[in-house]
Design a protein around this ligand. Sequence first.
Ligand code: PLP
Length: 456
Amino acid sequence: MDAAEFRRRGREMVDYVADYLENIEERPVSSDVEPGYLRSLIPTEAPLEPDNYDDIIKDVERVIMPGITHWNSPYFYAYFPASNSYPAMLADMLCGGLGCIGFTWAASPACTELETVMLDWLGKMLKLPDHFIAGTHGRGGGVIQGTASEATLMALLAARCKTLRRIRAANSELSEGEIRSKLVAYTSEQAHSSVERASLIGDVTMRMVPTDSTYAVRGSMLKKMLEEDKAAGLIPFYFCATLGTTASCAFDNITELGPICNKEHVWMHIDAAYAGSAFICPEFRPLLNGIEFADSFNFNPHKWLLVNFDCSTMWVKKREDIIGAFNVDPLYLKHENQESGAVQVYFHLHTQYILQTQVALAKEFESLVRADKRFEICAEVVMGLVCFRLKGSNDLNQLLLKRITNSREIHLVPCQLSGVFVLRFAICARSTDSRHIQHAWRHITQLSCELLQENH
Ligand code: PLP
């Protein structure tokens, strides 16, 4: 493909994507293919002769689209949003064209500098304390990761390294292995599975802290566990708090937890993968109070700030904690301005309105559920997630979800709260409006009616 053809094909691709997004609601939101469906649709070996571009593009509809779940369909209410937007797609295209990898400042100075400044902008929009803002002569700053899971792991490894050094400095007779075997990390029993996985990768024990009736961790619960573990000769070193849990969007009480962690030299990382974007709205910012106690904080703009996957932003209080833990310093990376990392980021800021609209839609859905006595709401609706179920057994609700899924009209996933099977209804697509919410509710109630009649 030469530049002339790229120009032509590029315009065609832009048209294809715009058509796809404009007409997305005409496609069934989820796929009905069987596992392994794709292998039979394409040759078993890579072609020896170049394929014709038109044929390849035809394969998008023939081979790929049948197996796509349309995350940006207004009928998609599963997981949490995976956002995109036209400006972000154009920015991705620009990055593809530049094709540089900014792993050090010298490798491409604009990458590092843009990343640092963008994270300062975003940090200021969230009203993060000054020590997280690189441009304030503080010791911290922001860096882009691929996912929240990576940020959680990064924070755990940095905390492990910091604690090993601190304990070794005071107890030179202890070997690194002895100290490591005593380290304990903590997180909520409601935390995302990636937090527990971080402890497996980091090879440390992780204990799950019980939650209160709102599925939030309170200070007293963590304090009790820290005291038990210290009395048993163990070394608490890391606590991962969640703001906006995956199951029900619950918020750990970081104003209680933060001072305890700080006093006990326990690194407090905050995972706000989904909810973090909402802190740009003044009405949600109070949920971030207590951030001043955190050693690190992360959220995913690719979930709810209209930025394409993958862009997960992480701030640390002290840059040296991260640099100290991961510095390997090979000669080919050495240069005069070494103290920073780099990735491009592009985001646009017309998002507050969309966030607020989506929360209003969640409230609209909540009112519909509350008005129907056959259903119940299972957790407070704070942002764009509604946890609800039919009053009745787990089996009944599992059956309802199965019928919803098989219908392919709307797409939801479940969660478990206090051992109860619950349906999660997350407002995901920026094109979702009241009409779609009403349609989804009609669909759910119709399937429920049929189910309840059969079970009567
Ligand atoms: N943490 C929370 C609270 C989440 O809700 C999720 C995903 O939804 C994650 C972590 C994992 O995010 P990622 O896929 O970016 O690792």
